[in-house]
Design a protein around this ligand. Structure first.
Ligand code: NAG
Length: 200
């Protein structure tokens, strides 16, 4: 797995951070064939964001950084999507829109926090009930570190698994997977890649 880190660092194009950024394989298909539901229950399809640049992340307690990105890129073609997940140390126990929004506002991160990006219905990103979008993203983008942080709440470990909350995937305007970021990559550190894709 160390060779993966070295390879990622050596790839041409924008390189952000150290060891936290993995370029995705070129694969058939794109994210536009996937659908889900927004946290409020309304149908969601990636297809509605054709031609945009999208960033999808596991959202339990990652909201502060994503809000910073949402503010920086307000009015651009960047779409930011957060998927609540309770598979890492049970950090997102709520399921309903009201409970999740209340938890974000008062507990994690708290302080009256209101997300400036779209939240989707809660998913399982790893394991036997892995969401289809996450299965496609993870299997086509290597993995970000050799170990899983701990406190995992699922069966059926896979080498491609999401390692922790905050892990994110970035897509180009063509809906193709571009880069996978570990939880160690700050959202602010992703800006070089976003700028690169927005300029395409
Ligand atoms: C549900 O949430 C989405 C994304 O935040 C929003 O675009 C949509 O208008 C909402 N639908 C309703 C019925 O509130």
């Amino acid at each position: 797995m160390w060779s993966l880190w070295v390879t990622a660092a050596a790839l041409v194009g924008p390189v952000v951070g150290l060891g936290a950024r993995i370029e995705c394989d070129a694969v058939d298909g794109d994210v536009y064939s996937f659908s889900h539901r927004y946290l409020n229950g309304t149908d969601f399809s990636f297809d509605q964001y054709q031609g945009k640049v999208s960033l999808a992340g596991v959202s339990s307690c990652l909201q502060v950084g994503l809000n910073a990105l949402a503010e920086t890129y307000a009015g651009t073609d960047l779409v930011i999507l957060g998927f609540p997940c309770n598979q890492f140390n049970l950090q997102e126990p709520s399921s309903t829109e009201t409970e999740i929004l209340q938890g974000i506002k008062h507990v994690r991160p708290g302080g009256g926090f209101v997300p400036q990006f779209d939240l989707l219905e809660k998913v399982e990103v790893n394991g036997n009930n892995q969401n289809d979008i996450w299965k496609w993203m993870t299997t086509n983008c290597g993995f970000t570190q050799d170990r899983i942080e701990g406190g995992i709440e699922y069966d059926s470990l896979n080498v491609h698994d999401v390692r922790w909350n905050f892990e994110k995937f970035l897509f180009g305007r063509d809906g193709k997977l571009f880069v996978r970021y570990s939880h160690l990559q700050t959202p602010e550190g992703i800006s070089d890649d976003i700028d690169y894709l927005l300029a395409q």
